[in-house]
Each structure stands twice: as structure tokens, then as C-alpha cells.
Design a binder for this molecule. Structure first.
Ligand SMILES: C[S@@+](CC[C@H](N)C(=O)[O-])C[C@H]1O[C@@H](n2cnc3c(N)ncnc32)[C@H](O)[C@@H]1O
Length: 284
């Protein structure tokens, strides 16, 4: 049983809710512009490091004839995806030793996984399980923008909690998180070095602005709740005796944000996520 990621780095809801927003159908044209996949083909797609399964869920909607399999090392993520995402298969496996025969898949895809896995093994294994001419898609989060509403600034009890918490950087180094970061220039070069051809890049820009009328109330509330769950799971991952006060402070600020939204008092707070998308082809 491996729960290292879900217990210490990012929780199930942090990933599932934030990714459901990033992979909303509204943004599909931006992804598809680089993916370039046939929407009517019965593609065999493998998602590497699928977490709780939100991208796999989107792929099933976007490519209705596709056969989607997700793998992740974290047991809790895999169990959540198996329960929540119907129509895809999920299994516990390591990206550096994929439990599939050579030339099994038409497409491999990953979102914010490359930076955590040794590049030769990460791309080498995908190259091995792809059919000749198969497509490797690598999505990588880049620096975005965040402008918080005043009501969401950390309350003193929350600030105190984080001042007393163990240093997260040390924790992440111990868990080997983000050991292989690459710049926007290094990523495509590394993919080519690992044997992919016809490498292309593009960017999806996802703006999450609850008050923007282009979003339904349901989506706006989902944005606020996703941030709340992210903060709560981060606090709980510290397993601190001071947790209760920080949890109350976080709940109070998000309750206030919801009240302002429902009252039509606009805050125009925004989170803009920039995702780099790389597409490479396995030589025929
Ligand atoms: C930042 S999370 C992204 C999860 C998911 N792709 C998403 O966007 O919600 C990184 C994921 O990679 C997984 N992971 C890290 N190293 C792995 C490896 N060697 N094999 C399989 N999964 C791995 C972690 O368990 C975690 O679920």
C-alpha cells in the first residue's frame, strides 16, 4: 500500500477538484489544438500518474470511443479513481516499469508527472508501450497568476499554524517530489533526446474567475470549493494537534467568499493556470 503522495503531498480532493476545473469541456479546444487526436477513433490511451482520475474522466468525454487506462503509484488515488470514474480502468503501477507489453497503446498522456520521474525511464517506458506512430502527450504546469480576494487572505490562526508547521520543502525533498524540473526549452529537447519525433508544443491558458459571467454558478462555486479543499487537505496533511483552529479559520474565509458570490458582491479574484502541452510521435 503506497499512499505517500496522497497523504503528504497533495490529497485526493486537491487533485480531483482542481483538475476537473482545468479539464472542463470549455477548455477542450485548447487541448485538442495540440493533441490533434481523432475524436472518432477507438484509441487505446494510457494515462501515466493519473492521480484520482480527472483527466481520464475528461478523455472519456472528449474521445468517446477511446479505451482509457490510468496508472499511478498511489493506492488511495487509484482506489478513488476506480470508484468515481466509470468507463476507464485504473491500476497501481510505476511509471518506470509499466506492466504492459511493447506496442500496446496508441497514445500515452500525463499531467504534471514528468518532473517527478527520471526522464530516461519516464519517456523510455512510454516509447516502449506505444505502437509505432503512436503519440506521447506530456502536460506540464507552468507559472500562472493568482489574485486572491481580500476575504481569502490567511487569518491569524491559519498564519500561526503554518509558522509552526514542519518545513514542506524538506518533506518534498525526502519524498523525491519535483526532482527533475525542466524549462519550456528543456522539455521538448529532452523528449527528442529520448527518441520521439515531430515534437510540437503548445499552451492551454485556463482562467478560473468565479465572478466572470462566462461561468455558471455551479462552476463558480466549484472553483471556490476546490480552493477550500486544497487548503483543508494541506492543513490535515501536517497531522498537527493545532489543526482544528486552522480548519475553522479556513472554513470561515471560504464561507465568506461563498456568501459574497451568492450576494452578487463581486471580488474578481482569479487563478490563471498555464499548462504546457508537448506532443511527440514514436518513430514508425
Ligand atoms: C502532481 S500529481 C498529478 C496527478 C494527476 N496527473 C493530476 O493531474 O491530478 C503527480 C502524480 O504522479 C504520481 N507518481 C509520481 N511518481 C510516479 C511513478 N514513478 N509512477 C507512477 N506514478 C507516479 C503520484 O502518485 C501523483 O499521483
Amino acid at each position: 500500500m503506497n499512499e505517500l503522495w496522497s497523504q503528504n503531498v497533495q490529497g485526493v480532493m486537491t487533485l480531483y477538484l482542481s483538475r476537473r476545473l482545468r479539464f472542463d469541456d470549455l477548455f477542450f479546444p485548447q487541448y485538442q489544438a495540440v493533441f490533434g487526436l481523432d475524436r472518432n477513433a477507438a484509441l487505446k490511451i494510457l494515462e501515466i500518474g493519473c492521480g484520482p482520475g480527472a483527466l481520464a474522466e475528461a478523455l472519456l468525454r472528449w474521445y468517446p470511443r477511446a479505451i482509457v487506462t490510468g496508472i499511478d503509484r498511489d493506492s488511495r488515488f487509484v482506489a478513488f479513481a476506480q470508484k468515481s470514474v466509470k468507463g476507464a480502468a485504473f491500476l497501481e503501477a510505476d511509471a518506470t516499469a509499466l506492466p504492459f507489453a511493447d506496442q500496446t497503446f496508441d497514445v500515452t498522456v500525463s499531467n504534471t508527472v514528468q518532473e517527478h520521474v527520471e526522464p530516461g525511464a519516464f519517456w523510455g517506458e512510454q516509447l516502449r508501450v506505444l505502437k509505432p506512430g503512436g503519440v506521447c502527450l506530456c502536460l506540464s504546469a507552468r507559472k500562472g497568476l493568482k489574485s486572491a480576494a481580500p476575504c481569502l487572505e490567511a487569518a491569524p490562526k491559519e498564519t500561526k499554524f503554518w509558522e509552526n508547521a514542519p518545513d514542506q520543502e524538506d518533506q518534498f525533498a525526502r519524498l523525491q517530489v519535483c526532482r527533475y524540473p525542466m524549462t519550456e526549452a528543456e522539455l521538448p529537447a529532452a523528449m527528442e533526446r529520448c527518441g520521439f519525433q515531430d515534437v510540437r508544443t503548445g499552451y492551454a491558458v485556463i482562467d478560473l474567475t468565479p465572478d466572470d459571467p462566462k461561468y455558471t454558478a455551479e462552476k463558480a462555486l466549484a472553483m471556490i470549493e476546490a480552493d477550500r479543499q486544497c487548503d483543508l487537505e494541506a492543513i490535515r496533511s501536517m497531522r498537527s494537534p493545532d489543526e482544528a483552529a486552522a480548519v475553522d479559520a479556513v472554513n470561515a474565509k471560504y464561507d465568506e467568499r461563498l456568501r459574497l458570490y451568492r450576494a452578487g458582491i463581486r471580488q474578481w479574484d482569479t487563478t490563471v493556470c498555464v499548462t504546457m502541452i508537448l506532443r511527440g510521435t514514436k518513430p514508425v
